[in-house]
Design a binder for this molecule. Structure first.
Ligand SMILES: *Cc1c(COP(=O)(O)O)cnc(C)c1O
Length: 374
């Protein structure tokens, strides 16, 4: 029998099996079950909004009838200057999302494995499946990244390792030595993608050394985004840096005009307003510490804030008040947070750091619910 004969006829286009097996990304919601608009602390957006300079730039971006600069030259030059990276080692993406997908697509395919930690960013699973590769999950260590477990999960079929640092949805972070140990333990033909979407929020004494690694090694790609601390989630701007050969591959397969006119203009202006970035970082540091302290005080009710270096806190619920009840209760109070049963975390709730007033309200509501449930 030929292959053609063994395939039953179909009355519609047949998707690739691995595409049909994908569960679509579930975005953070902003409306409650009753359709009410809620205060959204479910998508790790910047509670301070956007830099006024970026807002202004949006209105002077240029002629909309013209294609944008396909190479985002001005933006890459500004990024290079800020971070001490040659612009030729920077590739822009429609959000870092596009770059994560392109990295998997360029280096993995059917028969290959793409590795990441349990409770890793949900886009990694989609990125692996999109190109026909098998997602492989390494066990966590108390919700955090376990370098030994990742290295133990490497097989001859491993092509790409994704690591968000800090990680979403856990907030966990590993330092420079651990990242170096992970890299040193990987074969040189395995691409290590370090996703630094929350790097600007990290409070740890040392950064994780990812940029240095990306400039020295031939198998490390670092991704960054304008969606979080720069407050430009709506414009879809991300970037990656790494060896020239890696950047070259991503440039070949990205959308030729992937960054719109307004995306390039607003990101450039946002980059120029580092005061806004500093204010956002200070705000997050202050409110995150306050929120974590209040949650820790609710420890006798079974609430546990997991260690976080990001702009959100993952709370584990092990007492009478469940994560689901807290999620629904907070919705009653007008707040939408992220309950994550779909990611294997039905016992956890992720709360984005909002304004001081919002965090006070959330804290009071959680204390009230925990007290009532006891
Ligand atoms: C939010 C987030 C991103 C950013 O995605 P964009 O496409 O740049 O908006 C990337 N990685 C992680 C882990 C994130 O949480």
């Amino acid at each position: 029998m030929t292959e053609l004969q063994s395939t039953p006829p179909s009355d519609r286009p047949r998707p690739k099996e691995w595409i049909a097996a994908i569960h679509a990304y579930v975005p953070g919601k902003s409306t409650g079950t009753d359709g009410r608009t809620l205060i959204k602390l479910s998508a790790n957006e910047n509670p301070l909004g956007t830099s006024p300079a970026a807002e202004a730039a949006r209105h002077h971006a240029g002629a909309q009838s013209r294609y944008p600069d396909p190479d985002s030259v001005a933006l890459r030059e500004a990024l290079g200057k800020l971070h001490g990276i040659a612009p030729s080692h920077i590739v822009m993406g429609t959000g870092s999302d596009e770059l994560l997908n392109l990295a998997a697509q360029a280096f993995a395919g059917p028969g290959d494995e793409v590795l990441f930690v349990r409770y890793g960013f949900s886009v990694y699973d989609i990125a692996a499946r999109r190109c026909g590769a098998a997602p492989v999950i390494a066990p966590d260590r108390d919700y955090g990244t376990d370098v030994d477990a990742l290295l133990a999960a490497v097989t001859p079929a491993t092509r790409v390792v994704f690591l968000a640092n800090p990680n979403n949805p856990t907030g966990s972070y590993i330092g420079r030595e651990e990242i170096a140990r992970l890299h040193a333990g990987l074969r040189p033909d395995i691409l290590l993608v370090i996703d630094q979407a929350y790097a600007e929020y990290v409070d740890a004494a040392d950064d994780d050394g990812a940029f240095v690694l990306a400039s020295a090694a031939r198998n490390v790609l670092v991704t960054r985004t304008f969606s979080k601390i720069y407050g430009l989630a709506g414009e879809r701007v991300g970037w990656a840096t790494g060896d020239a050969a890696l950047v070259d591959m991503l440039n070949r397969i990205r959308g030729p005009f992937n960054l719109s006119l307004s995306a390039q203009a607003t990101a450039l202006a946002a980059l120029g307003d580092q005061d806004f970035v500093a204010r956002s970082r200070d705000h997050n540091r202050r409110e995150r510490a306050r929120f974590v302290a209040s949650l820790t005080a609710l420890g006798n009710h079974g609430l546990r804030p997991l260690p976080t270096e990001a702009n959100f806190v993952l709370i584990e619920f092990s007492g009478a008040l469940t994560a689901e009840a807290a999620y629904l209760g907070l919705m009653e109070h007008g707040y939408i947070t992220r309950w994550l049963p779909g990611q294997g975390l039905p016992q956890c709730l992720r709360v984005t750091i909002g304004t001081a007033e919002q965090m006070d309200a959330i804290t009071a509501a959680l204390a009230q619910m925990a007290g009532r449930a006891a």
